[in-house]
Design a protein around this ligand. Structure first.
Ligand code: EZ4
Ligand code: CO
Length: 409
């Protein structure tokens, strides 16, 4: 049996926690022959839970394993834990899986996308985040993205009568919601939001014409029938997608949205396995599935989700906020360029400090991202530089209705 093993073994693995402007957790795997691989393990606001899961429970069983056996290692960590799924477990598995794909690419001398079947397109179409307190400010932000070459833009604004809302920040290019150690409290009014949002997109179509792809993120705040009303109101403005209209624990709830509107629906940034999306995909209740590498068990499991989606006319629309590190983004681009059913890739730029800690070969041009052509993922972590940015506790906000009831943020 041992004849079927590759000559190499995993010699060491370590978790690096760093905060170059925001927190990131990275796994580095090193083989006896000196090949290294990296994987993103960042779970925004819960970083140290994944770091401890990796250090205490995963790294001890990795040592001595054959790094070439990606699928077997995935199954070992998933089935072998007995306690399956969940964001902490699946982010940890994702980090190992991503690092092993990186190693396999380096051993093969090929960029990872070649191992996934090669290119299915020339570049990865990305969308940026235009946000503004007012509609005027948001329109200026859209114009800025179009000047940068973007072909798709997500638009979020403040809601008149509410002091703050999801997606709006002072810093236009680097929106970061995890803003305090103890969660900030926001106030929410569905009525005000539903009244305001169609006006934003009426203005956007008036100013920018019919061809720019426009998107909007509801961030899980409506019920299915409220989401149906919003979807219908937005139909004249031809959105590319309406994101996370309702919390998705109840997948069947999307049937109600589907019965009422032709506005395409995207969901899934918080999902961590294929089972979170099974009904949504197989009943064609959504149009874009937003899982990404770090959240959904790495390249191996993400590919499985996207293949199921491809059978049901559902395209990928992977999450790409700043809390997904350049390691995750690099890996996502290899998947995006290779799969047949790619839709869009979210791309919130990282700060210069973050980019310096994670040297990478992917690049942006004319609205597209391009994966690195180097063997493996084409991304690394500069551990000396990372050590200069110690972890800082930061939580995502919470949300309450005007009467104080807890709501979804
Ligand atoms: O709130 O990544 O579409 N993007 C989003 C993000 C999420 C953050 C949470 O960590 O909804 O801005
Ligand atoms: Co979102």
């Amino acid at each position: 049996m041992s004849r079927t093993r590759s000559a190499d073994r995993i010699a060491d693995a370590r978790v690096i926690v760093t905060c170059p402007g925001r927190n990131f957790v990275t796994l580095k795997v090193i083989t006896e022959q000196g090949v290294t691989g990296v994987g993103d393990a960042t779970l925004n606001g819960r970083e140290l839970a994944v770091a401890a899961y990796l250090t205490e429970h995963v790294i001890p069983v990795l040592i001595g394993r054959d790094p070439a056996r990606i699928e077997d290692t995935w199954q070992y960590l998933y089935r072998g834990a007995y306690w399956r799924r969940g964001p902490v477990t699946m982010s940890a598995i994702a980090a190992v899986d991503t690092a092993l794909w990186d190693i396999k690419g380096k051993v093969a001398g090929l960029p990872v996308y070649q191992l996934l079947g090669g290119r299915s397109r020339e570049g990865v179409t990305v969308y940026g985040h235009a946000n503004g307190e007012t509609i005027d400010e948001a329109m200026a932000a859209v114009a800025h993205y179009l000047e940068l070459g973007y072909k798709a833009v997500r638009v979020q604004t403040g809601v008149p009568g509410l002091p703050s809302t999801y997606g709006v920040s002072k810093d236009q290019m680097f929106y970061e919601p995890a803003d305090a150690a103890i969660p900030t409290e926001n106030v929410w009014s569905t009525q005000r939001y539903l009244e305001h949002t169609p006006k934003v997109f009426a203005r956007a179509r008036e100013e920018f014409g019919p061809y720019v792809k426009l998107l909007h993120d509801v961030h899980h705040r409506l019920t299915p029938i409220e989401a149906a009303r919003l979807g219908k109101a937005l139909e004249p403005y031809g959105l590319t997608w309406l994101e996370d209209p309702v919390p998705a624990e109840l997948q069947e709830g999307f049937r109600l949205i589907r019965q009422h509107t032709t506005t395409p629906i995207a969901v899934g940034e918080v999902f961590n396995s294929i089972y979170d999306a099974r009904t949504l995909i197989t009943e064609q209740l959504i149009d874009y599935i937003r899982t990404t590498v770090v959240r959904a068990g790495g390249i191996t499991h993400l590919r499985r989700i996207f293949d199921l989606a491809a059978l049901h006319h559902v395209r990928s629309g992977s999450h790409g906020a700043t809390d997904l590190s350049p390691v995750c983004l690099a890996a996502a681009l290899h998947v995006d360029i290779a799969i047949p059913n790619f839709g869009l890739q979210e791309y919130m730029r990282h700060t210069e400090e973050t980019d310096a800690v994670f040297p990478h070969g992917y690049w942006f041009e004319d609205g597209y991202l391009f994966p690195s052509e180097e063997p493996g993922l084409g991304v690394d972590i500069d551990e000396e530089l990372a050590a200069q940015y110690p972890y800082k506790p930061a939580s995502l906000p919470v949300n309450r209705l005007e009467d104080g009831t807890m709501h979804d943020w």
